[in-house]
Ligand binder design. Sequence first.
Ligand SMILES: CC(C)(COP(=O)(O)OP(=O)(O)OC[C@H]1O[C@@H](n2cnc3c(N)ncnc32)[C@H](O)[C@@H]1OP(=O)(O)O)[C@@H](O)C(=O)NCCC(=O)NCCS
Length: 281
Amino acid sequence: MSPLSLKPASEFTIPQLAELMTRSFEGYFVPVNITDVIMFTMLRRDGVDLTASRVILKDGEPSGLALIARRGWTSRLAAMGVLSTARNGGTGTWAMGQLIAEAKARGEKEMLLEVIEQNTAGVKLYEKVGFTKVRRLVGYKLENPQVTDDGGANAQDELQEIDIREVARMVSYHGINDLPWQLSGTTIAHHTPPSRAFRLNDAYCLISNPEATDVSISSVLVKARSRGAGLSAVLMRALFARFPNKVWHVSPIFPEEMGVIFEQVGMTRETLSQWQMSRML
Ligand SMILES: CC(C)(COP(=O)(O)OP(=O)(O)OC[C@H]1O[C@@H](n2cnc3c(N)ncnc32)[C@H](O)[C@@H]1OP(=O)(O)O)[C@@H](O)C(=O)NCCC(=O)NCCS
């Protein structure tokens, strides 16, 4: 009998899963410390289905975790990690084979994931089991931007705060079809206060709590009819002026072709990038 087996994650408690995920991402590119609250947010916001997610057992002991999010015919590998002591021994490859077979058996048509480009083992593993690259995803950062009057400070007055659900509707309607899971209108609709959404003419933006020192730009969208006129830059500069002395972040989940909108407001590209990957089932 193979020493490897899978158990539904729903048979474990949230603290157990949070701890296993933290340990499975030991030595990762960014520090990963999953609290119960972070786990609950992943379940709610990203649509992770614990009945389809799996704890990987080796000789009956938990040695890894795969979280699976599901929407319609598509599922997403939301997290995959193997304990450092069990890595590079075929566990990841075996688990991926099982997860793909299970997704097919559920009647799904496509599986998605994102993997850090610099993560050699991860990229190799996913390509080996049939995933192909859709596009590169990039992130940006900008510390304490100074906004002058002609650079957007005046536009502040035109900023209108709107319901986050309105941004979600706009993204679903005007955004590209195969946006990464976390940027999709469905995910955006699950963001809640203290995150806030703003509109300036035909440009829309969702940001994390602007009272904090570090603020994340979680969505930027310009209605199709108004693209190419620099509206997104006007909106972002107005936000920089409205919430001064912040460190602004864009996490590496944005399509590389969108990078120009962050570059034009002076943001610097982060070194870590990701591959958005897909596998038909
Ligand atoms: C990525 C990860 C899940 C792979 O699990 P694993 O059990 O080590 O996978 P496998 O042993 O089946 O190895 C998969 C492939 O990666 C290669 N590999 C494993 N570790 C490697 C390393 N450190 N450097 C380069 N290649 C590596 C293996 O050789 C294998 O390729 P091969 O079959 O051509 O030899 C595991 O390394 C891990 O948990 N890493 C930390 C968390 C993480 O990065 N998760 C993925 C992000 S979404």
